[in-house]
Design a protein around this ligand. Structure first.
Ligand SMILES: Cc1ncc(COP(=O)(O)O)c(C=O)c1O
Length: 453
């Protein structure tokens, strides 16, 4: 039985009316990818205000790995609603926060004493990871990567790579941020090939210390183990070991930003595990809260304790409802085999996407780790010129036919899959059918990205 059920032209009349109201009431800076207004969501689907039902391959940008409105999460939040809503952890603390910190300390990579601190958003967590790293090392500089995305606050914009629409017009940014190429093998900055490159991009950090910023000035290197907004780029398996070893050789901390790659998305609880690394600081958010806003920084106890009392905090940081939801999320990961499921979903996606790549020259790269999968779209497989307009048309065709998808990539030419890990095989196949017909519709119209066969 199909999940998608469309009963009006998309967007429907009620969604259109809301779009008109939004244009009057909300600034245009808030992007508007899918002009469909939601009335309800369950598991892997959403229903709009016109009664149309969609498959959700975006999951609120990767926040719903356990699914929309999971019963267990809703029950935990309801239970907390009946007790108290807010006290502020710095004023009158509560057990949920402590229990969640204990569990985060247990499940994050590394068999060493850890501590965890919670905030509201991914960007706020990254900001705090930088503060903690600077307090511990007493060094100012942070090294970030090309194609990285770490948030929209001023420090995280300094760390974020993509200029338009994120950074342009918002300068100046905080100083002492340095940027180096990432292991984006499809478009290697050094025009090398893995494995013969011998991970030149990772080893090149030594050169950066000579020519860009002195190693003794660097507090931390921050990286997403799999780039999120940057286009779902998963470096070669041995990349992060080389990078982290280099950091530690110079007394530099390694911060793993797992805001998007965490909580089962890559087939391990944290993508860092897939690379066999133990970050000094690990940043989490998104799917941690099961749909409620929550983010955390987990790290080696001695590092986390570097800021003095009062140095960390926030009025709503780690609010009781979000902590209750997150504890239910962690229970679900213990009960259900969501990690194996992420890998199955990833394989299912890869099988189909590789077929598309044989058929259409527009599919330049098929890549990902576990359930964090994407296709990069190009004008032709030879030139690799980014196909941003076509990418937009494909995602539009998708939502008009009942599939919510989102794009990514510094060239806005990547379609990424962040479907809730509870989606069934039938739902995955149904969604991929829509995506396939969207690619066919766009490729059939445009000679330059014509079919290969
Ligand atoms: C890797 C990464 N870090 C940080 C952020 C910022 O998180 P938030 O939007 O919750 O501030 C994001 C958001 O997409 C992200 O993907």
């Amino acid at each position: 039985m199909s999940t998608i059920r469309l009963t009006t032209p998309i967007p429907g009349p009620k969604s259109r009316a809301l779009t008109a109201r939004r244009a009057q009431a909300v600034p245009r800076g808030l992007s508007h990818g899918t002009p469909i207004y939601v009335a309800k969501g369950e598991d892997a689907w959403l229903e709009d205000v016109d009664g149309n039902r969609y498959l959700d391959f975006a999951g609120g940008i990767g926040c719903l790995n356990v699914g929309h409105r999971r019963d267990e999460v809703v029950a935990a939040v309801k239970d907390q609603l009946d007790r108290f809503l807010h006290t502020c952890i710095q004023v009158t603390p509560y057990e949920g926060y402590i229990r969640l910190a204990e569990r985060m300390n247990e499940i994050t990579p590394g068999n060493f004493p850890k501590k965890t601190f919670f905030v509201n958003s991914g960007a706020e967590a990254v900001e705090n990871a930088v503060k903690i790293a600077r307090a511990y090392t007493k060094r100012p500089a942070i090294i970030a990567f090309e194609d990285a995305f770490h948030g929209r606050t001023m420090m995280t914009l300094a760390l974020t790579s993509k200029t338009h629409p994120y950074k342009a017009g918002f300068a100046p940014f905080p100083s002492d941020v340095y940027r180096v190429p990432f292991a984006y093998c499809y478009r290697c900055s050094y025009s090398l090939k893995y494995p013969s490159c011998d991970l030149y991009c990772a080893r090149h950090l030594e050169d950066t210390f000579k020519r860009v910023v002195a190693n003794e000035e660097v507090a931390a290197v921050i990286a997403e183990p799999v780039l999120g907004e940057g286009g779902f780029i998963a470096p070669p398996p041995d990349y992060f070991k080389v990078l982290v070893d280099l950091c530690h050789k110079h007394g530099i901390l390694f911060i793993s930003d797992e805001v998007q790659s965490g909580f089962g998305r890559t087939g391990a609880m944290f993508a860092s595990e897939r690379y066999g690394i133990e970050p000094d600081l690990l940043v989490t958010a998104k799917s941690l809260g099961g749909g409620l806003p929550l983010a955390g920084v987990t790290g080696r106890a001695e590092i986390m304790d570097a800021p003095g009392p009062g140095g960390l905090g926030g009025t709503f940081a780690g609010n009781p409802l979000s902590c209750a939801a997150a504890l239910a999320v962690l229970d679900l990961f213990e009960k259900e085999n969501l990690l194996a499921r992420a890998n199955e979903l990833g394989e299912r996606f890869q099988r189909r996407a590789h077929e598309w790549q044989q058929r259409w020259s527009i599919i330049g790269d098929v890549r990902g780790l576990g359930g964090m999968q994407a296709i990069e779209l190009v004008q032709s497989q030879e030139t690799k010129a980014p196909a941003a307009d076509e990418t937009k048309k494909i995602t539009q065709h998708c939502y008009e036919h009942g599939l919510i998808t989102i794009t990514a990539g510094s060239y806005s030419n990547v379609i990424r899959v962040l479907v809730p890990l509870v989606a069934t095989n039938e739902q995955i196949d149904e969604g991929l059918d829509v995506l396939e017909s969207a690619i066919a519709a766009v490729c059939d119209k445009k000679g330059a990205v014509a079919q290969l066969v």
